[in-house]
Design a protein around this ligand. Structure first.
Ligand SMILES: O=C(O)CCC(=O)c1ccccc1C(=O)O
Ligand SMILES: [Mg+2]
Length: 366
């Protein structure tokens, strides 16, 4: 495989409704779509999932664009690429910037699978034909959240995640449990707590949550280990796991019992697979997180979720969860609580070029 050119598309998609968590309100989702073309004319797509401001991690859309344009694309264009799993090593000289790395590495995985005439899921070693769909419900007034939860359950979602913070946690979870005593329910705090809140967090144990996601600071796997010792509810780490080594260290400290894998957060599909394998070897279940992706990123998440240790439904939901119209065809749909893993080559969805152009703000060919 040899790259001929890479086009970066800066897009802006309007969310059906703003997505609110303890740190940020997202109204419009700006993303980078990476279109990589090789010298034989095969095309692969990847997605840069950094936000426009550094609230979730330090990367932004602009920093990703810079890293891709000035460092990553030139490095990868300069050589023959034996296999997508080599990209991680080829980009080792560029520190961090995992979302930018994933954006180009994901496109190369899609390109590779298309060259081989196999699905991305198969290329990654995935086996599931369908994956269970979960959905995240953003923070809002409790009545609004309860209504949305009922709607999502009617739509077939079998695992609901809600955003919590100290000013809206126990009463919210209690109210949800009253209406839905046995639904698979979990809470994501996006680091809204500290160890001073330990008694409050212990109270959550009585509601049978599947897990609590990222209660403490992004950079604190030590405090998470102390917290996990005190809680019956499994702790799941999201922001704290930005690399394979972070996962290895978190498991050796018992900082969590579950890991949320987002390929953008950890630097690519190859790293995601390695974390998946490490967790499998230690009986730690994983699930695929979401980043308010367009259909391109969603397609990658579906393929990744077909690996066998993705035993918990992720934040992988239908295109219509966030978008009036997606940039892929067909769109991702949820049927009977699950999503089909496509068996066409590569990501298994076509780019809706007309829709991509409609949402494009800027484009650059390297
Ligand atoms: O539905 C989704 O795409 C995931 C929603 C979500 O929780 C989220 C969305 C954007 C950034 C971070 C997170 C998170 O998991 O913390
Ligand atoms: Mg999270």
């Amino acid at each position: 495989m040899k790259l001929h050119s890479v086009t970066l598309h800066h897009i802006k998609m309007t969310l059906k409704t703003p997505f609110v968590n303890s740190l940020e309100t997202v109204n419009d989702r700006e993303l980078i779509i990476v279109e990589a073309i090789d010298t034989d004319g095969y095309v692969g797509f990847g997605e840069g999932v950094a936000f426009t401001s550094p609230w979730y991690t330090e990367e932004t859309l602009e920093t990703s664009w810079h890293m891709l344009k000035d460092f990553m694309i030139p490095t990868l264009k300069a050589q023959v690429l034996p296999h997508p799993s080599d990209v991680e090593h080829l980009l080792k000289g560029i520190r961090r910037n995992p979302m930018a790395k994933y954006a180009i590495e994901g496109a190369i995985w899609d390109l590779y699978a298309k060259r081989e005439g196999i699905s991305l899921a198969e290329a990654l070693g995935g086996t599931a034909k369908r994956i269970k769909a979960g959905v995240a419900v953003g923070a809002s007034e409790p009545e609004v959240m309860l209504n949305e939860i009922s709607k999502r359950i009617e739509e077939g979602y079998e695992r609901i995640k809600v955003k919590i913070k100290p000013s809206q946690d126990l009463s919210l979870i209690r109210a949800i449990r009253k209406s839905h005593p046995s639904i698979d329910l979990m809470a994501d705090a996006n680091s809204a707590y500290t160890l001073n809140d330990i008694e409050r967090l212990k109270e959550l144990d009585q509601y049978g949550l599947l897990m609590i996601e990222q209660p403490l600071a992004a950079d604190d796997i030590v405090d998470h280990a102390l917290l996990q010792k005190e809680l019956e509810t499994p702790v799941c780490l999201d922001e704290s796991i930005a690399s394979y080594d972070d996962a290895r260290r978190a498991l050796s400290l018992s900082s969590c019992r579950i890991i949320n894998i987002k390929p953008g957060r950890v630097g690519g599909l190859s790293v995601s697979k390695k974390i998946h394998d490490l967790c499998a070897s230690q009986n730690i279940p994983v699930w695929c997180g979401g980043m308010l992706e367009s259909g391109i990123g969603r397609a990658h998440n579906i393929a990744l979720s077909s690996l066998p240790n993705f035993t918990i439904p992720g934040d992988v939901s239908a295109s219509s969860r966030y978008w009036e119209r997606d940039i892929i065809l067909p769109e991702v749909i949820v049927e009977n609580g699950s999503i089909a893993v496509p068996d066409g080559s590569g990501i298994g969805f076509e780019l809706n070029r007309k829709e991509l152009e409609r949402v494009t703000l800027a484009k650059e060919i390297r």
